[in-house]
Design a protein around this ligand. Structure first.
Ligand code: UT7
Length: 330
């Protein structure tokens, strides 16, 4: 009998820039304070990619290199590379193409995926389907954002949250029942009015007016996003567990999008998971949008064991949200 092919995660790579932007630094830029930021978000510092000519692909390249080194493969063995990002180097060509060029990858097709904070889960589900089809053997899925490029450092409601980084996973075919097991992804364009960047697209092409109106920065109406995020992420995580007949005891790890510690805590509570099963690094990196989930896997990979059931969960701009079940191993 032919065995079912699943997409196993066989390596995790990551990269965060050296430069740290601390709460103390932000106190000098806007009217805020360390205590407020820590208690309302859980963030202590974020990483910032600085320098002329530095873009999101400069986060992706070292993350993919790290991944290839850990797996012991040549980048030319990759047959598809997907980059989830809301901060592409430019509108086109896509950042995945640019990355392949910088790494000398010749044998892959590559494309970007835009689903804000849920981008990594959307891309992971897509990459897994390519592996499951039997036509692809090494698919790299990256979540990467240079949020500092679209943050207004005079707006205290957003500049305290975001940071820069990239995380990447390698997907390979598996017939032993490991890898991406299930995904429950959602979107609701009605949420678009709460979290967006208006300028630079075909609706509001860059002009002196769009720049004066600060349309090339993130806008977020924090409270409604917070409320939708708490219910959205918790509901979808819970439903994913139920439809896979998993109790809290069966789940080894929750890997939540790192937007706000309070949202993470509420999601874990709803799923019945204790703190020690929740991957969290928001205090060090802030919200890196598409990069938060793979950066958690990168940071915690030594603690994960073969056979662990891991629930990845995200909520973000769109609205987009979802949860993915991974059984760790290869
Ligand atoms: O990753 C994509 C999805 N995004 C999210 O999931 C983010 C969801 N939203 C949030 O995490 C939170 O809404 C924020 C962290 C953005 C804001 O926290 P909040 O607890 O919702 O604050 P708030 O907007 O209700 O503001 C409370 C107070 C206000 O003052 P008053 O009106 O009570 O006097 C704000 O002006 O805190 C004030 N405030 C600040 N104070 C010090 C807002 N930002 C700051 C700040 N420092 N940086």
């Amino acid at each position: 009998m032919e065995q079912k092919i699943t997409a196993a995660i066989t390596a995790v790579g990551g990269y965060v820039p050296e430069e740290r932007l601390t709460n103390a630094d932000l106190e000098k830029l806007v009217d805020t304070n360390d205590e407020w930021i820590k208690t309302r978000t859980g963030i202590t510092e974020r990483r910032i990619l600085r320098g002329e000519g530095m873009a999101t692909s400069d986060l992706v390249v070292p993350a993919v290199k790290d991944l290839c080194e850990r797996r012991g493969i040549d980048p030319n063995e990759i047959d598809c590379l997907i980059v989830a990002t809301v901060t592409p180097d430019m509108m086109f060509p896509n950042t995945a193409n640019i990355t392949c060029d910088k790494l000398g990858i010749k044998n892959a097709w590559s494309f970007d995926m835009l689903a804000a904070c849920s981008g990594f889960l959307y891309a992971l589900t897509t990459g897994a389907a390519l592996i499951e089809s039997g036509r692809y053997k090494k698919v790299v899925v990256v979540g990467a954002d240079k949020m500092s490029a679209i943050v207004d450092y005079t707006d205290r409601t957003t500049c305290i949250i975001f940071g820069d980084g990239a995380g990447a996973v390698l997907l390979e075919p598996n017939t032993a029942g490991f890898g991406v097991m299930d995904s429950l992804l959602k979107s609701d364009g009605g949420g678009g009015k709460y979290l967006y960047m208006k300028g630079g697209g075909s609706l509001n092409p860059a002009s002196a007016e769009t720049i004066a109106a600060k349309q090339h920065y993130i806008f977020q109406d924090g409270q409604p996003v917070f409320k939708f995020a708490v219910t959205g992420m918790a509901d979808v995580g819970f439903e994913l567990m139920e439809r896979n007949h998993l109790t809290a005891d069966d789940v080894a790890w929750l890997v939540p999008h790192q937007a706000n510690k309070r949202i993470i805590d509420a999601t874990a509570r709803r799923m019945g998971l204790p703190d020690e099963k929740v991957m969290m690094n928001i205090e060090r990196y802030g919200n890196t949008t598409a990069a938060t989930i793979p950066l958690c896997l990168w940071d915690f990979q030594d603690k994960i064991k073969q056979g662990d059931n891991i629930v990845l969960a995200a909520f973000g701009g769109g609205f987009t949200w979802g949860a993915t079940l991974v059984r760790w191993g290869s």
